[in-house]
Design a protein around this ligand. Structure first.
Ligand code: CA2
Length: 150
């Protein structure tokens, strides 16, 4: 049984409530339902984590590292653009990790174009809405360890 954590950062608990033009109409609960249905027939356990606190996200990443997880999907929200602590936690976890952004961070304000956390991840999906999480999940479930990607 593969265990995969989906970590969402600050304000993502507000998904579906405001700014639907940027982040869509679906809520975080909808995302959870979509991903749980997606892995329904697979030997995969999902753990959903949302926190608006940088230190808590750092601690949860460390728990995933020590807890036998196979991978992490992270949307660190605005911490993407500021947090060396989350980047260090991801690098220290030594787990395959995919960074997801619902919006296309490269088509928005300049400050969103820099990600501190991406370098500690296997790859980044940005701008595909909630589809990005499904793509990230498929990668972590089906990746071949040792094939060149982390
Ligand atoms: O596009 C993404 O997924 C982001 O990670 C979302 C973050 C933003 O700071 C990043 O630059 C890109 C912000 C999430 C805020 O989400 C809200 C959703 C609904 C209402 C208010 C905020």
């Amino acid at each position: 049984m593969k265990k995969i954590a989906i970590i969402n950062g600050p304000n993502l608990d507000r998904l579906g409530k405001r700014e639907p033009g940027i982040y869509g109409k679906e809520s975080l609960a909808d995302l959870e339902e979509i991903l749980r249905k997606h892995v329904d027939a697979m030997e995969v356990e999902l753990r959903f984590i949302q926190s608006s606190h940088e230190g808590e996200i750092v601690e949860r990443i460390a728990e995933c590292a020590d807890g036998g997880f196979s991978g992490i999907i992270i949307n660190a929200g605005a911490y993407t653009h500021t947090s060396i602590a989350i980047r260090d936690a991801l690098a220290g976890a030594n787990l395959p990790c995919v960074e997801v952004h619902i919006s296309n961070i490269y088509a928005r304000e300049d400050f969103r174009k820099r990600s501190y956390t991406a370098a500690a991840c296997s790859g980044v999906i940005s701008g595909l809405g909630l589809h990005g999480y499904i793509g990230a999940l498929d990668y972590l479930v089906h990746r071949t360890p040792g094939s060149g990607t982390r």
